[in-house]
Design a binder for this molecule. Sequence first.
Ligand SMILES: C[S@@+](CC[C@H](N)C(=O)[O-])C[C@H]1O[C@@H](n2cnc3c(N)ncnc32)[C@H](O)[C@@H]1O
Length: 216
Amino acid sequence: MSTDFTALFDEWSDSYDETVAGHDPEYNEVFRNYLHILEEVVKKSKGNTIEFGVGTGNLTQLLVKSGKRVCGIEPSAGMRKVAKQKLPEVKILQGDFLSFTHPFQFVDTIVSTYAFHHLTDDEKETAIRNYSSILGNDGKIVFADTLFEDENAKSNMILKAENSRFHRLANDLRTEYYTTIPVMKDLFEQNDFTVTFTQKNDFVWIIEAKKRRRES
Ligand SMILES: C[S@@+](CC[C@H](N)C(=O)[O-])C[C@H]1O[C@@H](n2cnc3c(N)ncnc32)[C@H](O)[C@@H]1O
């Protein structure tokens, strides 16, 4: 992944926790119910857990508190530094959704919040296919991220952001790889998962994808 991109997150790392607390009006709705969203992801997780895009470690902290063994993967050195200050005892490794190592013999859950949209739809497919092979029989993926019901809903949200003069938000929605529920549903089903989507605010949905049991 590009170093320009990680530089943006390095810069954001010091003020990121203020943004999620609602200090930035443009992103208020995106982060509405942030803590509840992370808690829901934790509730749906179990056992040995890989977390991608840990950022400042907020989800990591909750996962560890609830007794999961966690390995965090994070490409930005700035974000890793903040997360490690909060969680010195947790493994937080350099890597990304597509290129990473982990210490587990078996992986029960793969989680991520507010990060999967950094992959193009083709990259999302590659990642999900890889996770399907890593996860054990009862394994699952639990992601929370911005999704749209269809392209029309996405265009309307960009328009709404522009009308509210939320130019940074409108630009993010236009330039990052936010996708739609039908696309995500296909990607998971093609890779042997059954998937459900639960909306948590105007932007964020929780995606819970369980591996289909293979008949023996
Ligand atoms: C908006 S922050 C979310 C942080 C945290 N998960 C949370 O919920 O608060 C997005 C994070 O994803 C990371 N990220 C960006 N591209 C990534 C990639 N390709 N693979 C894994 N993480 C990525 C960024 O460095 C950043 O820490």
